[in-house]
Design a protein around this ligand. Structure first.
Ligand SMILES: NC(=O)c1ccc[n+]([C@@H]2O[C@H](COP(=O)([O-])OP(=O)(O)OC[C@H]3O[C@@H](n4cnc5c(N)ncnc54)[C@H](OP(=O)(O)O)[C@@H]3O)[C@@H](O)[C@H]2O)c1
Length: 323
């Protein structure tokens, strides 16, 4: 367990992401009841932070799952989007989204209410229009803490979060960080740590460290651009580097442990529709750090890369692929 920034919330370092590709298995064919069972198993394994969003269409599943436990034993994070493309929503839309989330989750308060995927150009709207409305909802007891999440595939340098952390309006931020996208170390964590802003990491694994074909395409692209060592251009080479006795048990294990032990990271989110992956990921995120020599290698070999694993590599991108 750890503290989520200065919120006073005690949370497990492994947080269940209820969106991403898996959406608790809703994206991969699980029934509603099977997804509820997955959330319940996560809670049985000690996960107490559940991150959902209006857009994910998993709030009702989370609501059904948490009915089995005392409300105060779980930390519910949800999100509302503040725009459709370039069109910004008025604050009434945000408040309606909050009320819908409360209804879907079957609760009368949200622990952390987040603005979902705020691009840098929309940040002024978040502060000027959304914040006053959220402050009112907070005073009414509907929200305990406020957060923002970045548009990771389109904001590789965490431009939006740099405003966020500087202005002190937000209790938490959600930020992309992984073995091949480490720049939040300087641009985000260096500021959130002293200011007590809670951090939730996304994209620790996503496709690149869970699907060998994605990793292969990504490594080929990086090698072609001269961005990685010539002897590190296959998933097998990366596996040999990190998976060994006393080291990681798999590349996914390495990726979750690398993110979880980065100074300044409070919670690592993981998404899955699989009980086997759920158990493996909770175990990984709770394991000790990778051997220091391996961590140093990851920083030395990949620390200069930016934006890897946030989107599909070019070779696998479909014209209609979602960001
Ligand atoms: N802007 C935002 O606000 C935003 C954006 C993205 C994500 N998020 C949050 O972050 C959470 C996590 O998202 P993410 O993008 O980091 O990751 P993710 O999309 O949840 O990626 C994990 C992927 O790896 C697979 N996987 C998980 N564990 C595995 C294992 N042990 N072995 C092999 N494959 C495994 C999962 O598929 P299986 O179902 O097969 O396990 C899934 O496809 C989301 O659920 C959401 O809560 C927020």
């Amino acid at each position: 367990m750890t503290e989520l920034g200065a919120t006073g919330l005690r949370v497990g370092v492994a947080g269940l992401g209820c969106g991403g590709n898996s959406r608790l298995g809703q994206g991969t064919g699980l029934t509603h009841d099977q997804s509820i069972a997955l959330v319940r198993e996560a809670m049985d394994l000690g996960v107490n932070l559940l991150d959902t969003a209006a857009n994910y269409r998993t709030e009702e599943i989370v609501g059904a799952a948490i009915r089995a436990v005392p409300r105060e034993s779980v930390v519910i994070c949800t999100k509302a989007t503040i725009r459709d493309g370039k069109t910004l929503f008025p604050e009434e839309h945000l408040l309606a989204s909050l009320d819908n989330s409360l209804r879907a989750l079957g609760t009368d308060y949200i622990d952390v209410f987040q603005l979902h995927g705020v691009p840098p150009w929309a940040y002024a709207h978040a502060v000027e229009a959304c914040l006053p409305a959220l402050a009112k909802a907070r005073a009414e007891g509907k929200i305990r803490h406020l957060g923002v999440t970045e548009t990771a595939p389109h904001d590789h340098n965490h431009e939006m979060l740099q405003h966020t952390v500087a202005d002190g309006h937000w209790d938490t931020v959600m930020v992309a960080f992984n073995m091949m996208h480490q720049n939040a170390r300087e641009t985000v964590f260096a500021q959130t740590r002293p200011q007590g802003v809670g951090t939730l990491v996304m994209f620790a694994v996503r496709n690149v460290f869970s699907r060998p074909d994605h990793l292969r395409a990504e490594l080929e692209q990086l090698a072609a651009a001269g961005q990685i060592d010539a002897d590190l251009t296959t998933p097998e080479a990366l596996h040999d580097l990190l998976v060994h006795d006393g080291g990681a048990s798999s590349l996914t294990d390495a990726a979750y442990r690398f993110a979880r032990h980065e100074p300044g990271v409070d919670v690592v989110l993981f998404g899955t529709g699989s009980h086997e992956h759920l158990r493996a990921n909770v175990a990984s995120i709770n394991r000790p750090p990778l051997p220091e020599a391996d961590r140093e290698k990851i920083v030395r070999l990949f620390g200069h890369l930016v934006g890897v694993g946030l989107d599909l590599p070019d070779r696998l991108r479909q014209p209609d692929a979602k960001a």
